[in-house]
Design a protein around this ligand. Structure first.
Ligand code: TXA
Ligand code: MG
Length: 358
């Protein structure tokens, strides 16, 4: 099988582009699979209300079928169709962050097949802001289930080059566009109790609490409840404490190259140690531009700011494999301001997963 491929810029669509989107919508309605861009990462979409369509997604990705999919919607009628027990807090968050990189977990309605939710009674829902994604869902008139469009265990895809290379033989149609603006997958937030972030992203637990808290006392109460929930969850083998989405238990984001996370300030020492042991090994050090001179020709600049790093990180991991790099070293990323710290946390969440050999 070879997919139909088309490219669309995320601006007002002309007639030809609308024809392409209509064609893609038809593929979805007829039970097929379409790779499409979102503001976070590329998605591999199919009809969220059809078991056989959901199964095609798992097959195309080689993904375990107990790892639930995110359902993408273009309006609030679709939300009411698939989810129930939607709290006032959820409404506040949707008002503030949708369309955008926030996925909310609700109790599901029966119309959503358990194949879409990996057997769970809850459903993850997101209204993306990318024009192509929104228009595709709108034209299909159906919620679209879409995990990240990478083969399972591999880094997510944020550029047209890799979307095409990885998915051309696995899906019915591919819509390409500019590089994804955010580059990290959406924040996944459980809304079945107090809002608890299961997968960090551009929107943080801090921002979510600040948006829903009525006053300082309420904010402190929310943090205390979160602490309580976090303490009840056993530390898992990835060393990260707290509740997580089911998907986070799987091997994830892994390049072929080995990825070593060094403590802050120890990148150079680790590099020198590695070279002393074996100077034939091809090593790159992921770093911010300001640190590049430390590592000479082994520096691989992944951004000027942490926001750039978020945008570039998956493409950088993939480029290292294209360049047959054996080992990537990356110092722990930290931020100074609260929003930089949040971004660093979301990026490190991916890098720690990518560095594990499970
Ligand atoms: O930005 C994104 O979220 C992208 C784009 C395409 O929208 N999608 C994406 O999907 O990253 P995926 O399948 O790669 O990651 C979905 C995550 C997984 O960790 C999964 O376990 C979690 O969301 N998830 C989905 N449904 C859930 C549910 N009902 N309860 C808890 N976690 C859920
Ligand atoms: Mg994924």
């Amino acid at each position: 099988m070879s997919a139909i491929v088309a490219k669309i810029a995320p601006k007002d669509f002309n007639k030809e582009e609308l024809d392409i989107l209509n064609k893609a919508a038809k593929v979805i309605v007829n039970g097929g699979t379409v790779v499409f861009p979102t503001e976070t990462v590329y998605g591999l979409g199919a009809n969220a209300l059809s078991s056989s369509s959901a199964q095609k997604i798992y097959k195309a990705k080689g993904r375990p079928s107990d790892n639930p999919l995110i359902v993408h919607i273009s309006d609030y009628e679709m939300l009411e169709l698939i989810a129930t027990n939607i709290s006032d807090d959820a409404r506040i968050l949707m008002n503030k962050f949708w369309p955008g990189p926030l996925t909310l977990i609700f109790d599901k309605k029966d119309i959503v097949p358990s194949d879409t939710t990996g057997g769970l009674n809850t459903v993850a829902v997101r209204m993306p802001s990318h024009k192509v994604a929104l228009e595709l869902i709108r034209l299909a008139k159906l919620p679209i289930a879409a995990p990240s469009a990478n083969i399972s265990t591999r880094p997510s895809i944020t550029s047209s080059t890799y979307a095409l290379r990885e998915m051309a033989d696995r899906v019915d149609m591919i819509i390409l566009s500019d590089d994804c603006e955010i580059g990290l997958e959406s924040t996944v937030c459980d809304m079945t109790g107090i809002p608890v972030v299961l997968r960090p992203g551009k929107i943080s637990q801090r921002e979510i609490f600040e948006v829903i808290a009525k006053d300082e006392t309420h904010l402190q109460k929310l943090y205390a409840e979160l602490e309580n929930i976090t303490n009840k969850v056993e530390e898992s083998d990835d060393g990260i404490k707290g509740p997580k989405s089911p998907g986070m238990k799987y091997r994830h984001y892994s390049p072929e190259a080995k990825l070593l996370i060094a403590k802050k300030g120890e990148g150079l020492r680790v590099l020198n140690e590695v070279i002393a042991q074996n100077d034939l090994i091809k090593v790159k050090v992921f770093c911010l531009q300001k640190d590049a001179k430390l590592y000479g020709d082994r520096a691989e600049v992944i951004g000027i700011t942490l926001e750039d790093v978020g945008k570039n990180i998956f493409t950088k991991l993939r480029q290292m494999d294209d360049n047959q790099v054996d080992l990537i070293i990356c110092e722990v990323l930290e931020g100074n301001t609260p929003s930089e710290k949040d971004m660093a946390k979301a990026i490190m969440n991916r890098l720690i997963k990518a560095s594990s050999n499970k």
